[in-house]
Design a protein around this ligand. Structure first.
Ligand SMILES: *Cc1c(COP(=O)(O)O)cnc(C)c1O
Length: 305
């Protein structure tokens, strides 16, 4: 089984937080494993365990050229001696992205799938074709959200976190947030900041909760105003916020998920969303591997450590 190390929650102190009378803590999931850290560690945990008992010992999964999920899956499979196959959206570029370069180094076998087939990758026919091509495998969907991923994400919150009033996390597919909602206490409110544009995420989370028969004790609230134009889109305002946060606290953020999460929560603090003396725990879900590729694509120079 993949071995991770929990780090104590880190308190963030600043004159701004003091003046707003809130207590802010960060759960550093980015530090939980040297290569397969972040929320993907929890999403993969029980899926890997399941794949390990299969005779084929092979995982097949999907993602884009900069995907955190592809990166973590490749790293974790290497650590556990599992074979990994990565189906990558689109066509091969002239050069491998840093993410794919690393996945390849880990021994992941990379195959490109045209965008139209990729959109239909859940269809039985597409999966069957993959089985004909690659033999038996354990399939993990794009982004890694399934029943076992949610089970894993129910282990993110620990005993010492029960005293927190608010738990904040970034949303992609919503699997991580669903696990947090399922495991949070009645006294807690889980806040989800969506990295994607659109209101569909409200339905999506409801759907995930319902289809996994989760009846939350905790309250939850979703925010859809902090996507900065959509998935993987950004504005200089976000970069400036991230840079200042990292300079002041020595904690790197990624521009796709955690940057938007922290920006959103700071904005909510500014707008007095939180009652006085509230304790807020933010989940640093990792994603720092993507910074190198982001900097290359956009000529930025965000810190990744
Ligand atoms: C994948 C990812 C998320 C989104 O997780 P979901 O379970 O898909 O909502 C958030 N943060 C980081 C850093 C990620 O890599």
């Amino acid at each position: 089984m993949l071995q991770g190390t929990f780090h104590p929650n880190q308190e963030i102190k600043s004159p701004f937080l003091t003046s707003k009378k809130v207590n802010l803590y960060i759960k550093r999931l980015d530090l939980i494993h040297p290569t397969a850290g972040g929320n993907k560690y929890f999403k993969l945990l029980y899926n890997l365990k399941e794949a390990e008992i299969r005779p084929h010992k092979t995982i097949l999964t999907f993602g884009g050229a900069y995907s955190n999920h592809i990166y973590s899956t490749a790293a974790a499979c290497q650590a556990l001696g599992l074979r990994s196959i990565g189906i990558i959206r689109g066509e091969a570029g002239k050069q491998l992205s840093p993410t794919l370069e690393y996945a390849k180094e880990c021994g992941m076998s990379l195959h490109y799938m045209d965008r139209e087939t990729y959109r239909n990758k859940q269809q039985a026919e597409v999966v069957e074709n993959l089985r004909r091509q690659f033999g038996s495998f354990y399939l993990i969907p794009e982004g890694g959200t399934n029943k076992l991923a949610i089970k894993g994400c129910m282990e993110i919150l620990r005993e010492e976190d029960h005293r927190m009033d608010y738990i904040g996390a970034a949303i992609g597919t919503g699997g991580t947030l669903t696990g947090l909602i399922a495991s949070a206490r009645a006294s807690q409110t889980v806040l989800g900041i969506s990295s994607l544009k659109g209101e569909f995420i409200h339905k999506e989370i409801e759907c995930l909760l319902e289809s996994h028969a989760i009846e939350p004790k905790a309250k939850y609230e979703l925010f859809t105003d902090y996507h900065f134009g959509g998935y993987a889109k950004y504005k200089q305002e976000l970069i400036e916020f991230m840079r200042e946060f990292t300079d002041q606290n020595g904690i790197p953020l990624d521009p796709i998920y955690t940057g938007k999460l922290f920006y959103g929560i700071y904005d909510l603090i500014k707008k007095d969303y939180f009652p006085e003396h509230a304790s807020i725990l933010l989940i640093h879900s990792g994603g720092l591997q993507g910074i190198e590729g982001f900097n290359m694509r956009h000529q930025e120079n965000l810190r990744s450590s």
